[in-house]
Every structure is written in C-alpha cells, then in structure tokens.
Design a protein around this ligand. Structure first.
Ligand SMILES: [Zn+2]
Length: 235
C-alpha cells in the first residue's frame, strides 16, 4: 500500500489499494497543449500532470492525427509508469508524489534523414510496349511498403536522379504526382504495373539493373511518425 499525493491538493493522499484503475485526459494548463493528467478511479482525483513533449497541436491536416497518436502513445507510457509505482512493494507505506517518480523516457534519437534503397529495372511500356526503365524504393517504413509519395522529399529527389521519373501531365486526374514515364513515348506507367513488376523482381533479383542508396530528409511530421513508431534507423 502506498499513499499517493493528489495533484490539486498536496495535503491530500489516496491509498493505492483504493485505486481500481487510472485513465488520462488532456490537461487544461497554460504550460502547453501537450500536457496530460492522470486520473485515479473511482475517486476521480488527478494524481499527476505531465507534459508528453509533443509540442503544440498542428492546425490541420495529417500532422494533427500524428500528433494525437503521439500524445496517446506517450500518455500510455506515463500511465504504465504510474501503475508500476503505485503497485511497487518497495514503496510500501510510503507517501509518494508521482511528480518526483514518474520520469518516462520519450526521447528516442530521431534522424534528420533516412537512407532509402532504390532499384531500377526494365518493364515493357504500358503504351508502346518497348522496354523502359522504372525506379522504385525498396523496403518498408512504419511497417508500410514504401511508395513514392510516402516520404514527401523522395519523389523530387528521384526525379533529379532519374529523368524518366517525372510529374504526370496536368490532364491526368492525379496531376502533380511523380510517375515513371516511358523513355520512348513519354507515357506515365501506372503505379500498379510498377508494383506488380516489383513483386516479380523480388523473386528474380538478376533483373535489377541498378541499386542505389539515397538520403531522404524527413519532414517534421515524418519525424513525429518515426518517433511514435519507435523504429531504429538501421531497418
Ligand atoms: Zn512507351
């Protein structure tokens, strides 16, 4: 049994065995938007406020979703620490302030860029049927198979290196997206054809005509995803 100090009233303590569960919610504090508070149930008393160090919430877009996922992941980490402390036999009959004991380790080294392996091979053009080179990134990122437009900086960098990889003409519905285009007739090759062919060449690696590494700088949003996914730079 541990006596847990109540956050809002430092003179009040809760007996740990009376706590049936803990939950978290966003804290309304001037200290920042990334503060959570941990609530002891069933008494509904706040026993800890902590910053999950996610920064301010992005205004809109995919960054906002990433931010919420990051906050949730870290809040769970904080709650795990809280539960560990309140059920710790070593703390038996002590009066504890969680603020002094919960020091979650959020910070993982997040690289500024990722090394991506890319492969080049030939496929028959969708339009003129002549052999034309295509380029595709290899591997996975956050468990997803890599796609051209997954890392924001990747398509532009591929286009600089491989002239046949360029933006689709404006008449296309997905104009602005980079595609492998035929070196003979200039037609963009549909992504599904490149993907299909990619799956074939994984079984026949001798068909790969070029392998290269490119270093792709991560955007701030991608860094948040990266941190959340907790993957190591050497994947
Ligand atoms: Zn062609």
């Amino acid at each position: 049994m541990v006596w847990i100090q109540v956050w809002s009233d430092p003179n009040e303590y809760i007996r740990s065995e009376k706590i049936t569960s803990v939950s978290y919610r966003m804290a309304k504090t001037a200290a920042g938007q990334d503060w959570i508070e941990v609530v002891a149930e069933p008494m509904g008393r706040v026993i800890l406020q902590a910053s999950v160090r996610a920064g301010e919430i992005p205004r809109a877009g995919p960054g906002q979703k990433s931010w919420l996922r990051l906050v949730d992941a870290r809040a769970r980490l904080v709650m795990r620490e809280v539960i560990r402390i309140i059920s710790d036999q070593e703390q038996h009959s002590k009066m504890v302030s969680l603020h002094d004991l919960v020091i979650p380790d959020f910070e993982q080294e997040v690289p500024d860029d990722l090394n991506i392996e890319i492969q080049v091979w030939n496929i028959p053009c969708h339009h003129c049927h002549k052999e034309t080179p295509v380029v595709y990134p290899v591997g996975a990122f956050f468990g997803y198979m890599l796609e051209f437009n997954f890392l924001s900086n990747l398509p532009r960098m591929l286009a600089e290196k491989y002239p046949f990889f360029k933006k689709a003409p404006a008449k296309e519905t997905d104009a602005g997206e980079y595609r492998n285009t035929c070196v003979h007739c200039g037609e963009p090759q549909p992504d599904w054809r490149v993907m299909e062919s990619y799956l074939e060449i994984t079984n026949t690696p001798s068909l790969v005509t070029e392998k290269a590494q490119i270093t792709v700088p991560l955007t701030d949003e991608e860094k948040i995803e990266y941190r959340k996914a907790g993957i190591t730079p050497g994947w």
